[in-house]
Design a protein around this ligand. Structure first.
Ligand SMILES: Cc1cc2nc3c(=O)[nH]c(=O)nc-3n(C[C@H](O)[C@H](O)[C@H](O)COP(=O)(O)O)c2cc1C
Length: 223
């Protein structure tokens, strides 16, 4: 088979994969709350109530020093009037990127509901106390891994990793109050929050909240 035929076959196969299978919920933008946090929490609660997997997983997008984008999935740690929270190691690539460019985007997708939420805005690190509380709430192994401070570095030898992890775990177990000072609870304070509801008709519904001096304003968007 030629490369071209193979490419055509692959495109046909991808086109044939169903998306937005439904049944999908209705979304009435005119009946939404003034505050995007409330709408977000109601969509997240729907995802949890319907047993969707990893409903609090989201993609964090950042840019590196050269301006190149990067993205990875993280777990949502909290949401309040200040913004959406996530945690990571300050020495990881995302930690370095956020130190240089403290702005980011978060994307949630709940496939069974055909719902996407997108947020963009500045990111601030937590206070020493908030960071420590988040760190201490992690499992012993997760704390030991963080203490190694080697996330995303090349791994040449798994035996070396296992040994280092075992040593770090022993330290954590001996000193349970030990906190990694580079562990950070970040808050993204959105300037925009967009809610996107798929429809099987393909006439999707979009609503964007934009932060203004007067508070949140809502805008419908073309799909
Ligand atoms: C569902 C899921 C949840 C994750 N949660 C976290 C998290 O809360 N914090 C974290 O640092 N990495 C988390 N990761 C791993 C990240 O996606 C990523 O691999 C890691 O943070 C290194 O990213 P970086 O090299 O861009 O810093 C998670 C991955 C998945 C698939």
């Amino acid at each position: 088979m030629s490369d071209r035929e193979q490419g055509d076959r692959l495109r046909g196969w991808l086109r044939g994969i169903e998306v937005f299978a439904g049944p999908l919920p209705e979304f009435a933008p005119e009946q939404t709350p003034d505050d995007p946090v409330r709408l977000f929490l109601s969509w997240l609660s729907d995802a949890v109530a319907d047993g969707l997997r990893d409903p609090h997983a989201m993609t964090l997008s950042t840019v590196d020093e050269a301006g190149d984008p990067d993205a990875r999935v993280l777990i949502l740690k909290g949401v309040d009037g200040d913004g959406w929270q996530f945690a990571g190691h300050g020495f990881s690539p995302k930690g370095h990127q956020l130190a240089v460019h403290p702005r980011a985007a978060l994307t949630f997708y709940w496939p069974e509901h055909g719902r996407q939420v997108r947020l963009r805005g500045p990111v601030t690190p937590g206070s020493t106390q908030d960071n420590a509380e988040d760190f201490l709430a992690r499992s012993a192994t997760a704390r030991a891994e963080a203490l190694l401070a080697r996330q995303s570095q090349y791994l040449a030898d798994t035996a070396e990793r296992d040994q280092a992890l075992e040593k770090a775990l022993a330290t954590v177990e001996k000193t349970p109050s030990l906190v990694d000072s580079a562990w950070t609870l970040y808050t993204l304070s959105p300037m925009e929050v967009e809610f996107w509801q798929a429809a099987q008709s393909r006439v999707h519904t979009r609503l964007r909240y934009e932060r203004t001096l007067k508070g949140w304003e809502r805008f419908r968007l073309w799909s």
